[in-house]
Each structure stands twice: as C-alpha cells, then as structure tokens.
Design a protein around this ligand. Structure first.
Ligand code: GLU
Length: 431
C-alpha cells in the first residue's frame, strides 16, 4: 500500500467564480473598458465570468515512494473566437483565482493581437524548485491525463508559463498522444523543435516585447541611442529581453530576481550575468555590478522598466520609487490597479501585458498552424510575421488611446474586449 501524503497547497475553498484577489483586479480593467464600449449588459455579464473551469486532484509518486496530492486547474475563460489558448504554470501561489484571472487576460490578449483563439490558463499548486525531474514528469503526465477531457488541437491548446518549459510541453504532448493512440503535435505549443515546435518560440515573448518598446520609443520620440533599461525578473522573458536590448547597444542598468537586485549605472554585461546566474542561482553577488534592494533598483532613472516576473511586483508599496518613462509589462498583470493609477498620474507610458507580452502566444499560433499543416516555416518568416502583428497591434491600441483620450491599458482592453464581444454577439445565444 502506498503512503499517502497531503501536499501542494490547500484545497480550493470559497466562492466560485472567484470574487477576490487577482481576478477582481482583472475585472476592474474590464469595468474601465466598458465605459468606452457600447456593450449590451448581458454581454458584459458573460465576459465577467469564466466559461468553464476544471479542478483536479493529482496523486503523484514522489522519489521517496510517498504519494503526494497536488491541486491542478484549467480555466477556459472564453472561446467564442476559436480554441482556448494559454499557458500552464507550476508555482506555490497557483490558485483558482489566479488561474481564472490569467485565463481572462489570455482572452483579451489573443483578441488584441487578433489571432483566432479564446483564452485559457492552467496550473498546479506546487514548488517545482524542490521537485526532481522525475517528480515533475510524473506530475505533468498525471495532470495531462486529467486535462485530456478538455484539451486538444481543436479545443484548448496549452503552452509554457512560469516554471514550465519545452520539456514540460514534450511530456504533455506525449501523454496526450499516448492516450489517443497517435502523435498529435498540435495539442500544445512551446514544444521542442524536433517534435513540431516552432523556430523562434523560445524568445518570442521577449522579441515581441522589444518590438512594442521600439514602437513606443518612436511614438514618444525617445532615441534608442543612449537608452537605459531595468528588468525585474531574470527568467525566460526578462533574460531574453535584456539580451536582445543589450545586443542593440542598450544599457541594462538594473536587474532584479526573487532573491535581490543589482545596479550598474554604466550597464551590465548580460552574457556574463547569465553565466553568473546559472552558477549561483541568483543575479546578486555579480562582480560587474553592485547589490541592491528592489526599491533601490527602481529608483535608478531609466527610459524603460520591464517587469517580467510575477503578478503584483509593482504595487503601492514601491510604485513611488519608479523613475521610468515607459513601463513595458513582460509579465502578466505585474502592476496592481492602485499602482497603475499612480504611474498614469506621473505620465508614465504604459505598455500593458495583453499587448506587450503577446509575442509568445503569437508564435504559439504560428506553431499550431505549422503543426496542423505539417509544413514548417523558417525563422526569418516567423520573425517577420511576428513583427507585422506586433506593430499593427501597437498602432491599433495607440490609435484608440489617442482617439478616446484613454491610457494604453484601457485602450488595449477596448480593442480586445470589443473583438470578443463581437464574436459572442455574432454567434448568438445557444440554444
Ligand atoms: N504563457 C504565455 C502567456 O502568458 C504564452 C501562452 C501561449 O503561448 O499559449 O502569454
């Protein structure tokens, strides 16, 4: 008889759909957009609640032979415009509230960049940093087995997110294919290239982020020459963004991760910092910079601040420290609504996540199309198409912002929500 151990966080409790926390924050930006859209109230109500949510308990055999239980979630927020799409995250803070909020953001994000997907998100409450590769593999396979009810290339397509990667997607694709009895690459995106992944997917979120930053700089007439940036978070998105900008000659003067921050007013050598982080597990203690707190790093004047880690990194506690002209959200919802108001009052130009970090899901879309067609594109084609979509989306959001005299976040919501609402209305009520 296996030993059963309770683990991976508390069982889900409280009201459904979640009415507090992050989802409430996300609904407040829907409320802000509503004022600028002529939406029938039934449609607004429809868009304020998730379409479908799955909660699963996952027994997983750990390396010490004990069986531990984890909670997993998949929320399909809306799929009026096409199959539901969105990442899977493994993190101790994963909850139904967080996943619902992120699924709503994916819905607006896919609509802002006008790709034919609805929005979804999934996750497991766990601490992947203390789990072995085999434990993560068993967790992923069990989770995929439970998700097989919902996911599929025509219905719902997961992708990587916080603490999940190409390997996680390979296990998901394999598990789903084993269940069905044949190979189905289109069930997930962000896979290794050898099993139907797309070239350019790994860096896509950061490439898209840099494209929108360049567009914003052009609009604000800030020259790239002499540009200074800071990055919060040195995971996939933050690291690649810093690397691309560094490669363009931009000075990265501050980098923060979950353990601390570093500052170097003359710029940080990103290639050396990557080696340092790989060896030490943190950016702190780097020889080419001085250690600092996040608040100290935020106080260093920059042209662009890139929050690229978790939600709520910029809040009322630290927003006053920020000394930036542009905030480009590499993460999903890194700025709380209160802090967002402060930044708007200060005249900071906001590149909201549903626009700025959409490059990842755009290349996921390319990956899915390539998988369905069994015909693969080269990296130049992928980058060109990504650039076209990101530039067009930026211009559209900026146009709405200037025309309606609203901030960029509300403008992005207006663009995204309008497209989702149009699809819902065109399809009508069933039955
Ligand atoms: N996790 C990424 C996001 O939040 C990518 C999602 C996807 O490619 O489906 O946008």
């Amino acid at each position: 008889m296996d030993t059963l151990v309770q683990g991976g966080g508390l069982p889900p409790t409280g009201l459904y759909p979640p009415q507090n926390g992050l989802f409430k924050e996300v609904l407040s930006s829907l409320e802000a957009a509503k004022k600028h859209l002529d939406l029938p109230s039934a449609i607004y109500e429809r868009l304020s609640i998730p379409r479908r949510s799955l909660i699963v308990s996952l027994p997983v055999k750990m390396d010490d032979d004990a069986v531990k239980f984890f909670w997993g979630y998949r929320v399909q927020y809306d799929f009026a415009r096409g199959p539901a799409k969105g990442g899977i995250r493994y993190h101790p803070k994963v909850s139904l509230d967080e996943i619902t909020a992120l699924a709503a953001l994916m819905t607006w994000k896919c609509a802002v960049v006008d790709i034919p997907f609805g929005g979804a998100k999934g996750g497991v409450t766990c601490d992947p940093t203390v789990m072995s590769r085999d434990e993560k593999k068993r967790l992923t396979r069990r989770f995929t087995y439970e998700l097989a009810l919902l996911i599929g290339p025509e219905s719902d397509i997961p992708a990587p997110d916080v603490y999940t990667d190409e390997q996680t997607m390979a296990w998901m694709m394999d598990t789903y294919s084993m269940i069905k009895g044949y190979t189905i690459p289109g069930v997930v995106t962000g896979k290794p290239v050898c099993i139907g992944g797309s070239l350019g997917r790994g860096k896509a979120t950061s490439e898209g982020l840099v494209i929108t930053i360049l567009e914003a700089l052009g609009h604000l007439k800030i020259p790239v020459n002499g540009l200074k940036v800071s990055v919060i978070g040195f995971g996939k998105v933050g690291y690649h963004a810093a690397e691309i900008l560094f490669g363009m000659g931009v000075k990265v003067v501050g980098v923060a991760d979950s353990k601390g921050a570093i500052i170097a007013v003359n710029g940080i050598d990103i290639a050396s910092l990557v080696k340092h982080k790989a060896a030490k597990g943190t950016v702190t203690g780097f020889a080419g910079a001085q250690d600092a707190t996040l608040d100290e790093m935020l106080s260093v004047p920059v042209d662009v601040l890139i929050p690229a880690a978790l939600e709520g990194q910029i809040n009322v506690g630290n927003v006053k420290k920020i000394n930036a002209r542009i905030v480009a959200e590499g993460a999903n919802n890194p700025v709380t609504p209160d802090a967002d108001r402060v930044l708007a009052e200060k005249g900071v130009f906001m590149l909201p996540g549903i626009l700025a970090n959409a490059g990842g899901v755009v290349v996921s879309y390319f990956e899915w199309v390539q998988d369905l067609q069994r015909y693969f594109w080269n990296e130049t084609e992928i980058n060109e198409r990504l650039k076209t979509i990101m530039k067009k989306s930026f211009k559209e959001v900026l146009r709405v912002s200037l025309e309606k005299k609203i901030d960029m976040r509300t403008a992005a919501m207006v663009v995204g929500v309008k497209r989702v609402a149009e699809a819902v209305m065109a399809r009508g009520l069933y039955p």
